[in-house]
Design a protein around this ligand. Structure first.
Ligand SMILES: NC(=O)c1ccc[n+]([C@@H]2O[C@H](COP(=O)([O-])OP(=O)(O)OC[C@H]3O[C@@H](n4cnc5c(N)ncnc54)[C@H](OP(=O)(O)O)[C@@H]3O)[C@@H](O)[C@H]2O)c1
Length: 239
């Protein structure tokens, strides 16, 4: 196991849900954090908790779907920390609706956020990681990236794309000592699932964001650099 103390992590969607829980878990390991989300207000709660932990962090407002905003946000974070050691591409949105009835605007929003968002952030942060010849990229897909279900075609398409993109990237950056992992959680208790009509608050059915965060932290601590194996392991749903 390696210590994460002093490493620099960038977490998209770090203000709420899985991203927020991961930020807190990493802060407890002594990791310094750059957090991205779309609104300043959404950072308030995580900022309070990180301050109480005496963590070093910076927040940056950006919509990951917007390439220019992402470039400015990543620059702000790199100006403070230098190259990122751990990039967690977590920001994502869900949408439900039948294939035929879901407006194309909604399709585009989901694909622009969940797929192009990862492209924008990774393209901005990766050059400095390559220069450093070291790092971890963790992409958050979903169980919907392994199996399509009724009413979830756009979301599922985006999450399948995340897995394929991650596997390709993994092979490209392996020579630079950068590990790429892709995680496929099932139902996690966050605003994302709370907003659904059929949410029934069943703790046996929902994983907690803190459990996902713990899983991410434990995997980051592994020294093994057998990238494909790690990604395959993460691509089978651990929950
Ligand atoms: N919850 C689940 O059951 C579940 C299961 C499998 C996979 N996932 C995936 O896990 C990831 C996190 O989900 P979650 O449940 O933690 O969601 P969440 O509670 O809704 O939090 C989403 C986070 O992403 C940020 N965000 C959303 N759109 C963004 C954008 N365009 N640009 C920048 N930041 C953005 C949000 O902040 P702002 O709103 O302020 O931007 C927030 O910090 C997503 O990729 C989701 O698809 C979730």
């Amino acid at each position: 196991m390696q210590s994460l103390e002093g490493k620099k992590a960038l977490i998209t969607g770090g203000s709420r849900g899985i991203g927020r829980a991961t930020a807190i878990a990493l802060a407890k390991e002594g990791v310094e954090l750059g957090l991205i989300a779309r609104s300043e207000e959404s950072f308030q709660s995580v900022e309070k908790e990180l301050t109480a932990l005496d963590a070093t962090f910076v927040t940056a407002v950006a919509d990951v779907a917007n390439e220019q905003e992402v470039q400015l946000a990543v620059k702000k974070i790199e100006d403070k920390f230098g190259a990122i050691d751990i990039l967690i591409n977590n920001a994502g949105v869900g949408v439900r609706g039948s294939f035929l009835e879901l407006p194309t605007d909604e399709w585009k929003k989901v694909l622009d956020t969940n797929v192009m968002g990862i492209v924008h952030v990774t393209q901005a942060a990766l050059p400095a990681m390559i220069e450093k010849n070291k790092g971890d990229i963790v992409n958050i897909s979903s169980m919907s990236g392994l199996k399509g279900t009724e009413g979830s075609s756009a979301y599922s398409a985006s999450k399948f794309a995340v897995i394929g993109m991650s596997e390709s990237l993994m092979q490209e950056v392996r020579p630079h000592n950068i590990r790429v992992s892709v995680l496929t959680p099932s139902l996690v208790e966050t605003d994302f699932t709370r907003g659904r009509d059929n949410h029934d608050w069943n703790p046996d059915k929902y994983t907690q964001a803190e459990d996902v965060a713990e899983y991410i932290v434990n995997n980051l601590k592994l020294e093994q650099r057998t990238f494909i194996k790690t990604a395959a392991q993460w691509a089978t749903n651990p929950f």
